[in-house]
Ligand binder design. Structure first.
Ligand code: SAH
Length: 350
């Protein structure tokens, strides 16, 4: 059954009209769905019982079910395994920071991008998530974590899947989440992470939304990139950087480069120097660069290992010496299987 959370204001008005109801019912319903947020039709107390029954016959409110929650011992991270109506599963992660809390949202069941270090892609793409399935990851986690007494400040679309391989649904989800008359999350607090689908980057640049873009770079050159990311065979780094530059010029939003540190693959001093040179070239073209180093979260089905701490620090220092902005991502979730797709895979096997 479709979820009513799929409907924006206009389509909800059309639905209500087609059911022969008064137009103001659409506004009331939208408020129940996205502001007051209830989980049962019977809680929509200002709607006539007849309408509530009709809606309940045709729609569900929440298309997800929390199957499992794993919390880090220090309560800074929690990973959720959600069951979908067709029996598939996806994961989302709640993360708490000093400046606010964030949810890492999945955009697909599985993934067809084939990155050699990632667990989500091992069984390929199963299907795209609907806007309601993405929105419900956020709503369900807010309900679980705050019980009406708080909310998250930002989302990152960095869970399972490639968001630009499900572009229309992801944009619809963002439009619902950022709707001023609904949940009203600021688009500035939305980050989309891509492995480098240039069409998606260019489309996003034209949306006129102040969304942050993260690019999964993971290599200082095309040769290494092609070894670990099949998408690199379709788009060279130069092509992707061109698209990022266009994105930056059109939106004024900085692009963050994600760089997972893989032992013996992309973590040498030479790799750091080459990466610095590429960043400097981009800076000369007017684009600020920021590298986010991610210690690899080793996946047991994959042969890649995490870089040694000392190599990560040396890599960071070389970038810093070259005046490249660099941070090392706080390692979260290792203890709770938070690398993409790990929890879901473990669930399937049990
Ligand atoms: N498909 C999108 C978003 C999902 S993955 C993308 O590629 O950006 C989110 C980030 O985690 C990406 O940067 C991805 O390359 C990285 N990642 C995937 N598996 C990882 C692992 N085992 N350890 C560290 N980072 C990983």
């Amino acid at each position: 059954m479709n979820s009513l959370r799929e409907y924006d204001q206009q389509s909800l008005s059309d639905l209500i009209e087609s059911m022969g109801e008064k137009p103001f019912r659409a506004k009331q319903l939208y408020e129940w769905l996205h502001i007051k947020r209830v989980w049962e039709f019977d809680q929509m107390t200002n709607l006539p019982a007849g309408l509530r029954d009709k809606l309940a016959d045709e729609f569900v409110l929440d298309p997800l079910k929390v199957l499992r929650k794993q919390e880090a011992a220090d309560h800074s991270t929690a990973k959720y395994l959600f069951g979908l109506q067709d029996g598939e599963t996806v994961e989302s992660v709640w993360m708490s920071y000093k400046h606010g809390d964030s949810v890492c949202v999945s955009s697909q069941v599985g993934c067809r991008m084939g990155c050699s270090f990632c667990a989500s892609t091992i069984d390929g793409l199963v299907r795209n998530l609907t806007p309601a399935e993405m929105l419900s990851q956020v709503y369900d986690i807010e309900r679980e974590c705050y019980q009406g007494e708080g909310h998250i400040n930002s989302i990152i679309i960095m869970g399972m899947g490639e968001p630009f391989d499900n572009y229309d649904n992801v944009m619809e989800f963002i439009r619902l989440l950022t709707d001023e008359k609904g949940r009203n999350l600021s688009a500035r607090h939305v980050t989309i992470s891509t492995c480098g689908l240039t069409d998606g980057i260019l489309r996003l640049a034209d949306e006129g939304l102040p969304i942050t873009l993260a690019l999964s770079l993971h290599a200082p050159n095309d040769e290494i990139r092609r070894r670990i990311m099949p998408i690199a065979k379709a788009h060279s780094m130069d092509e992707i950087f061109d698209a990022c530059l266009t994105f930056f010029k059109k939106t004024g939003r900085r692009v963050t480069f994600e760089y997972s540190m893989i032992k013996g693959v992309n973590d040498s001093e030479d790799n750091a120097k080459e990466l610095s040179d590429r960043c400097k070239k981009l800076q000369k073209l007017g684009m600020p660069t920021h590298i986010n180093l991610i210690p690899l979260n080793a996946v047991k089905e994959r042969e890649h290992k995490r870089s040694a701490d000392k190599d990560i620090r040396t890599f960071q220092k070389i970038l810093e010496k070259n005046r490249i902005n660099v941070t090392i991502r706080r390692e979260m979730g290792g203890e709770i299987d938070a690398a993409c797709g790990q929890l879901s895979r473990n669930h399937k096997k049990t």
